[in-house]
Design a protein around this ligand. Structure first.
Ligand code: KIV
Length: 286
């Protein structure tokens, strides 16, 4: 239901924040309750990242995530969000086959509740797909620098744009994405100086992840900031809490309470009235 008290974050809000030199905050989410917490904390945007491949589905990388997976996560997340701009990642191969498939897949994510989609790269082929999407009224976010869906061609988790020449190439790609109508660009694992150079020379806001403090905004994976992810935590992550430890303490306690017969405690049990209980005692002594 539309709530008049809540002013939703839109593509225009992103632009305004950049123009006013105010930072944009973004976190990933993959489920209803986490999305709701993030939204209630006033984060500007929730990204349903295909990082779900690692954080939720236990894959080694993002390449096995399907459009069906992303649709499910998008439905759950968008139900929990009232204010933040919901952006859904288009997974590997969902925008690489044909324009028709790209539009159909992006459309499915929008119909599942996303306000925008995100695509990685800026090859001629990708630029055409982006133009086609924006011309069809679909909000698009670009993603440059380290692009996880290209992990096999990049060959590893390498920082991108380390030389002036490479930073210039990244800016050229960013400008072309801008011409194709993206309203924001994620910069991943780019040196701070290069990210500043790119951010200062673009009209649209940049959202950094491992790209230093001069980007227009910052995004991190929720499992990383909460200390919940099982794999390695990259240098650019700030872990605010160790949820893995907190969860395991609670789970161990439950296990012990069950094993030693302490759980359920009296307050966790439904009881019947005394007069009815007597009948049970009668039956059980028969
Ligand atoms: O998949 C994801 O979570 C992302 C962010 C890391 C930017 O693309």
């Amino acid at each position: 239901m539309y709530n008049q008290d809540i002013k939703p974050v839109t593509v225009k809000t992103f632009q305004k924040l950049k123009e006013n030199n105010e930072k944009i905050s973004m976190l990933t989410a993959y489920d209803y309750s986490t999305a709701r917490y993030i939204d209630e904390c006033g984060i500007d945007s929730v990204l349903i990242g295909d990082s779900a491949g690692m954080t939720v589905l236990g894959y080694e990388n993002t390449l096995n995530v399907t459009i069906e997976d992303m649709i499910l996560f998008t439905k759950a997340v968008s139900k929990g969000v009232k204010r933040a701009l919901v952006i859904a990642d288009m997974p590997f191969l969902s925008y690489h086959i044909s324009k028709e498939e790209t539009i159909r897949n992006a459309g499915k994510l929008i119909q599942s509740g996303a306000g925008a989609v995100k695509l990685e790269g800026a090859s001629e082929f990708i630029l055409e797909e982006v133009s086609h999407l924006t011309a069809s009224g679909i909000n698009v976010v670009g993603h440059l620098g380290f692009t996880p869906q290209y992990i096999k061609t990049i060959g590893g988790y390498f920082i991108q744009g380390k030389s002036y020449e490479n930073a210039v190439k990244l800016l050229e790609s960013a400008k072309r994405l801008e011409e194709c109508g993206v309203f924001s660009i994620v910069l991943e694992m780019v040196p701070e100086e290069a990210a500043k150079y790119i951010t200062d020379n673009l009209s649209v806001p940049t959202i950094g992840i491992g790209a230093g403090k001069y980007c227009s905004g910052q995004v991190l994976v929720i499992d990383d900031i909460l200390g919940k992810y099982y794999g390695n935590t990259p240098k650019f992550v700030k872990q605010y809490v160790n949820l893995q430890q907190i969860m395991k303490t609670a789970i161990n306690q439950f296990n012990a309470d069950v094993k030693n017969g302490q759980f359920p405690f009296p307050e966790n049990v439904f009881n019947i009235k005394e007069e009815e209980r007597e009948k049970f005692e009668y039956i059980s002594t028969k």
